[in-house]
Ligand binder design. Structure first.
Ligand SMILES: NC(=O)c1ccc[n+]([C@@H]2O[C@H](COP(=O)([O-])OP(=O)(O)OC[C@H]3O[C@@H](n4cnc5c(N)ncnc54)[C@H](OP(=O)(O)O)[C@@H]3O)[C@@H](O)[C@H]2O)c1
Length: 247
């Protein structure tokens, strides 16, 4: 793989533009994720995206340790690792401990980018599926202050958000001392988020896209992108076909 292009975030830190996601459902055994991440490092990937809710942090951490042992990378600093605060920890007192727990699972001393996963606070146990009945009031200014503390403590080199709309971003910017460096959102040919991208560009917030091919997931999404004739034509002309996720 050619040297990965990087972007400089508003925090001053560099982020490789292409990252490998580690969310799968149902969550496979750790070895599957670990070996996929090691393969990706060998291929030249340097940016990995995990989250406390994905159940992949431990496996990603193991892959990083193995890559170091095998000399695939010289130092952890060569990698850019993103993780995310889950909605059940969206309370000022829980943010730093949640990040410390993620760091323990990853076996890392710091995270490159810590994101608020969703602008929502949930009651109950940590779980991916939730309904409106699980949503409880949220005090974003104090949660963001705690995110800023993660950065000032050096536990996170950059902080940001995910799944924030224009309105949620504008609210956040009205009180943030450190503006979010990134907003990670769904973007694909049938969901281009132009208004949000314009706002982020104006405010110096880097937009990271997920579900580029759409999300035919268990929880949401449609096959509108992968079933699109143009995409099929491109795939065919390149001799690409869909491979099973893992054996
Ligand atoms: N911040 C957030 O809220 C959020 C939400 C979603 C994702 N993410 C991050 O973004 C990463 C990527 O997520 P994603 O939704 O794009 O999931 P994905 O699992 O990479 O792909 C989504 C869809 O595209 C298909 N696909 C992927 N690669 C393909 C290929 N080479 N050829 C044909 N089809 C392919 C998948 O098929 P198969 O299922 O058959 O593999 C699936 O249907 C996640 O792992 C996670 O790190 C973040």
């Amino acid at each position: 793989m050619a040297v990965m292009q990087q972007v400089v975030l508003s925090s001053g830190r560099r982020m490789p533009v292409l990252g490998m996601g580690t969310a799968t459902y149902p969550v496979p055994p750790d070895e599957i994720i670990t070996s996929a991440v090691i393969d990706a490092i060998e291929l030249g990937y340097r940016h990995f995206d995990t989250a406390s809710i994905y159940g992949s942090e431990r496996a990603v951490g193991h892959a990083i340790a193995t890559a170091l042992e095998r000399g695939l990378i010289r130092s952890r600093d060569e990698l850019f690792v993103t993780t995310k605060l889950w909605c059940t920890d969206m309370h000022a007192d829980r943010v730093v401990p949640a990040l410390q727990e993620s760091l323990r699972a990853l076996g890392l001393e710091y995270i490159d980018l810590y994101l608020i996963h969703y602008p929502v606070r949930l009651k109950g146990d940590k779980q991916m599926v939730f309904t409106s009945e699980d949503v409880i009031p949220l005090d974003m200014p104090t949660v963001w202050e705690a995110m800023e503390k993660c950065q000032s403590l050096g536990l996170a080199k950059s902080i940001g958000v995910s799944n924030f709309t224009c309105r949620k971003l504008a609210d956040l910017l009205s009180h943030a001392k450190i503006p979010p460096a990134v907003n990670q959102v769904e973007i694909n040919p049938v969901w281009q988020q132009r208004k949000l991208r314009d706002l982020c560009s104006e405010k110096g917030i880097h937009v990271t896209a997920y579900s580029l091919l759409g999300a035919i997931g268990v929880f949401w999404g449609s096959n509108a992108v992968l079933e699109c004739e143009e995409v099929k034509r491109i795939a065919q002309s390149l001799g690409k076909k869909k491979e099973p996720r893992y054996a």
